[in-house]
Design a protein around this ligand. Structure first.
Ligand SMILES: [Zn+2]
Length: 183
């Protein structure tokens, strides 16, 4: 999984940054990911909090976000020493693998839909906000993006299909290698 960890780090950072609008929480998410991967054991939020050196509330919020992304796993056990139920979090190679497979499959689906749209219809794109418009819509808006008044550009399907085809092929190879469990 090593070649993909950096990709997962960047993705997690951005997702958490977007979700909470806080750069520090993005960094915290990467710190938690690194800690759980390098220790290779399940850890309670208390233990994680003391290792990463952030406050406990933020650690819990980020752990929940990592769980919602289906990246972190959690088990709940009764702790004799603490005398209460405790949650232990972990991120294993298998979690990274499943996460990557989901991520790549999601992107492949989007590329597939886009390729089908490009082959079946004329598409215009706004070069400023990248919103796409059908021929009818473009005509209705007088070939200007209604959001920012920028002149729409005609998308040359052949050019885009070639680029998308190349990306698709690369992602499929990546998916194959991830599914095979390349170390
Ligand atoms: Zn626009």
């Amino acid at each position: 999984m090593q070649p993909y960890i950096e990709l997962v780090r960047r993705y997690v950072y951005r997702r958490v940054l977007i979700e909470f609008g806080d750069d520090e929480l993005g960094k915290l998410a990467v710190a938690i990911l690194n800690t759980l991967l390098s220790r290779g054991e399940a850890m309670t939020d208390d233990k994680l909090t003391s290792i990463v050196g952030y406050n406990a509330i933020d650690v819990r919020r980020v752990l929940q976000a990592l769980y919602n992304m289906r990246l972190a796993s959690v088990v709940e056990e009764f702790s004799e020493s603490a005398g209460k139920l405790e949650q232990s979090w972990s991120i294993k190679d298998e979690d990274i693998r499943r996460f990557m497979v989901n991520l790549i499959s999601g992107v492949l689906d989007k590329i597939d839909a886009l390729m089908r749209q490009l082959t079946s219809t004329t598409v215009y794109i706004c070069p400023r906000c990248f919103k796409r418009y059908s021929e009818d819509d473009a005509l209705m808006y007088d070939y200007r993006c209604p959001l920012d008044k920028t002149q729409l550009e005609y998308v040359n399907p052949a050019e885009y299909l070639a680029i998308l085809g190349a990306i698709e092929a690369r992602l499929k190879r990546m998916l194959e290698s991830v599914s095979r469990g390349a170390p």
